[in-house]
Design a protein around this ligand. Sequence first.
Ligand SMILES: Nc1ncnc2c1ncn2[C@@H]1O[C@H](COP(=O)(O)OP(=O)(O)O)[C@@H](O)[C@H]1O
Ligand SMILES: [Mg+2]
Length: 255
Amino acid sequence: MIEVCRLSKRFGATLAVDAISFEVERGELLALVGGSGSGKTTTLKMLNRLIEPSAGKVRIAGDDVARIPGHQLRRGIGYAFQQVGLFPHLTVGENIGLTPRLLGWDSARITARVHELLEMMELEPALALRSPAALSGGQAQRVGVARALAAHPNVLLLDEPFGALDPLTRDRLQRSFYDLQRRLKLTVVLVTHDMAEALLMADRIAVLHEGRLVQLGSPQALLHAPATDYVEALLDTPRRHARVFDGLAQGAARA
Ligand SMILES: Nc1ncnc2c1ncn2[C@@H]1O[C@H](COP(=O)(O)OP(=O)(O)O)[C@@H](O)[C@H]1O
Ligand SMILES: [Mg+2]
């Protein structure tokens, strides 16, 4: 569904993304994982032309995205980026309904869709009429994901969509998003710096380090055979947590 071939981006002296190649199958959730500054956001933004590549090619459903006008391309792809914020002069509901409106949906259908998405994101229906300025960081993030899903896109690009949520809400929304993605067979590229989130949600994980793709494989493959010390280090925290929880559970069973 998505084919990325030797994609690069240079900002002045910085090679932010260095000739990376990967494919995302239809219905697959690929997690892009890496530390801060590893090139995750830049890679994701090149997929829908919010950033133009310095070199390389992106194809979506067989079409070279460079041949499709950016605004037209983005209308067909759901995306939520921290830096691409909500429009402050529109209500929350109008923000969520933006793409459906551009696609010519009638207002009753848009209103129904907005309420369905607010419920899915565990947000109060009354928020639809509020200004984005009245939202907490976690609420704004959920509105961003709702907006990305609004027009039933087949392809979704999400940049740290659950990062600002408290742990319980994050866990619930991760699981409901996981179910939704499997049920609707959405093709998703999910950026996260959280390896635990990637292990839980992804079909495959692409690890970026200093703009390079250092490993691409299933969660099992990464856990079984990390390709580099960097991948090993990223896996260390979730592994250590799993051992601690196992130990606690065994202790509880004995007690
Ligand atoms: N607009 C920009 N101008 C200059 N440098 C940038 C710009 N955007 C990103 N960078 C640099 O590119 C590298 C990768 O950034 P980014 O893709 O945002 O990383 P990540 O999302 O993994 O934290 C970093 O070194 C960052 O400072
Ligand atoms: Mg980023």
